[in-house]
Design a protein around this ligand. Structure first.
Ligand code: ARG
Length: 462
């Protein structure tokens, strides 16, 4: 392609080398911004007409041309070209082919630098909303599973050692709360994405009386950005989105890890639906939890995208630098990955078969009641540290004599403390231990049900 075919052709005597075109082009990936690019161009074009920089007829011609190009791209009938580098120039070239020289007026008062900043904001805003909806889908699946299994008890763990019995519903709702914070984080990030950068020009602003606020209104932005240098070089809104995605993946990965653990023969707490597992090509007995494993695995990939962009931006002088083109692939990949993981998680949850008996058997381990015995001693006036010491000795004795914590004779208990009430100890169970934790946030059935009720009512922040 001769230099004159490029928008900057006047300055050049030699054509860009094809290898350089290939190296510098972003069209292989930024074509995904076409809807946003065209929406931005239409808004800009209308503002140009408002400012009397183009006529109403020219505006209509340009808008019509842009809409036709959008339809072509959507229908897969548009041929993108590497020689035109990116989505912005591909669209402009197509516009010129369609409507002739008047297309050249569209770029008045605009640079690709503020154009791409706008496209990225429109794209991120849309995806934050879509991902928020998918998060809600997983939350819904978790809450429904919690309600379905409201009677199921399992051991709660610390250090992956059995600690105290909890309701499975409580355990599932822990993930609900994590995802709730993710929803809030996306909403919060959206506020900072939602600022309109067009009118910043290449870096210094624009000479033309283009009404930035009007463009913002056309594109549903509540405010415009306040510094042109910042507007064209800021990508922290992308990084914020990526960090929110990284946290979503961290939460999904923790859940996935539990599904992997729980579906082992060693735990045997759940069985994943066949449709979400694969077998082994060699070992006929195998049923592998591929879906949760891959979610866990893909988490690293999303973290990678976050770190990639943090690193890209960290040493860039103001204002725009071509390095910033590297924001797109990590972002697109992270968006695709997070969306796929959220969708498949929501799809998988309802099919998880809960082995309530195995969970209950594990939770009936009498040692999980040790804290209950200590708490009862406290209620009788013993300082907690002393109560802990008494029950610690009791636990050691039971371990050594291979007896359950609740299975000693009344005299044996009294030897450890005269305050120990053998009848009360005998009555302890996982169920009673759970029922006592009825404060807000506790695992008692009434507290969990209260939370479920709030969730159902939509008062999710209380
Ligand atoms: N493809 C470029 C990007 O993604 C668009 C902006 C290019 N600006 C420029 N002055 N070369 O960042």
């Amino acid at each position: 392609m001769s230099p004159s075919e490029k928008p900057w052709g006047g300055r050049f005597t030699e054509a860009t080398k094809p290898t350089v075109e290939t190296f510098t082009a972003s069209i292989p990936f930024d074509w995904r911004l076409y809807r946003h690019d065209i929406a931005g161009s239409i808004a800009h074009c209308k503002a140009l007409a408002e400012a009397k920089l183009i006529t109403a007829a020219e505006r209509d011609q340009i808008v019509k041309g842009l809409k036709a190009i959008e339809a072509d791209i959507a229908a897969g009938m548009f041929v993108f070209s590497i020689a035109h580098e990116d989505i912005h120039m591909n669209v402009e070239r197509a516009l010129t082919e369609r409507i002739g020289a008047v297309a050249g007026k569209l770029h008045t008062g605009r640079s690709r630098n503020d154009q791409v900043a706008l496209d990225m904001r429109l794209y991120v805003r849309e995806e934050l909303d879509a991902i928020g909806d998918l998060l809600r889908g997983v939350q819904k699946a978790l809450a429904e599973a919690a309600a379905r299994h409201i009677d199921v008890i399992l051991p709660g763990y610390t250090h992956l050692q059995r600690a105290q019995p909890v309701l499975l519903a409580h355990h599932l709702l822990a993930y609900y709360e994590m995802l709730q914070r993710d929803v809030e984080r996306l909403r919060d990030a959206r506020n900072r994405v939602n600022r309109m950068p067009l009118g910043s020009g290449a870096l210094a602003g624009t000479n033309y009386p283009i009404n930035r606020e009007l463009i913002a209104e056309y594109l549903d932005f509540p405010i415009v950005t306040k510094n042109s240098l910042d507007s064209v070089s800021d990508r922290d809104f992308v990084i914020e989105a990526l960090s929110a995605f990284a946290l979503i993946m961290m939460h999904l990965s923790r859940f996935a890890e539990e599904l992997v653990l729980w579906s082992t023969t060693e735990f045997g707490f759940i069985e994943l639906p066949d449709g979400f597992c694969t077998g082994s090509s060699m070992m006929p007995q195998k049923k592998n939890p591929d879906v949760p494993e891959l979610i866990r695995g893909k988490t690293g990939r999303v973290y990678g995208s976050l770190v990639a962009l943090l690193t890209t931006v960290k040493a860039l002088p103001l204002a725009y630098n071509k390095d910033l083109q590297e924001d797109k692939e990590p972002l697109f990949d992270a968006v695709d990955t997070v969306k796929a993981c959220l969708s498949i998680t929501a799809e998988m949850i309802p099919g998880i078969r809960v082995k309530a008996d195995a969970m209950a058997a594990a939770a009936s381990d009498s040692f999980l009641l040790a804290t209950e015995i200590a708490d009862d001693l406290v209620l009788k006036g013993l300082p907690f540290r002393e109560a802990h010491e008494v029950v610690g000795k009791l636990v050691r004795h039971c371990l050594e004599s291979k007896k359950p914590l609740t299975g000693l004779s009344p005299n044996e208990y009294r030897r450890f403390s005269p305050l120990l009430d053998p009848e009360a100890v005998a009555k302890l169970s996982a169920k009673s231990a759970i029922a006592r934790k009825s404060q807000i946030g506790g695992t008692a059935r009434e507290a969990v049900q209260q939370r479920l009720k709030e969730i159902e009512k939509g008062s999710k922040r209380t």
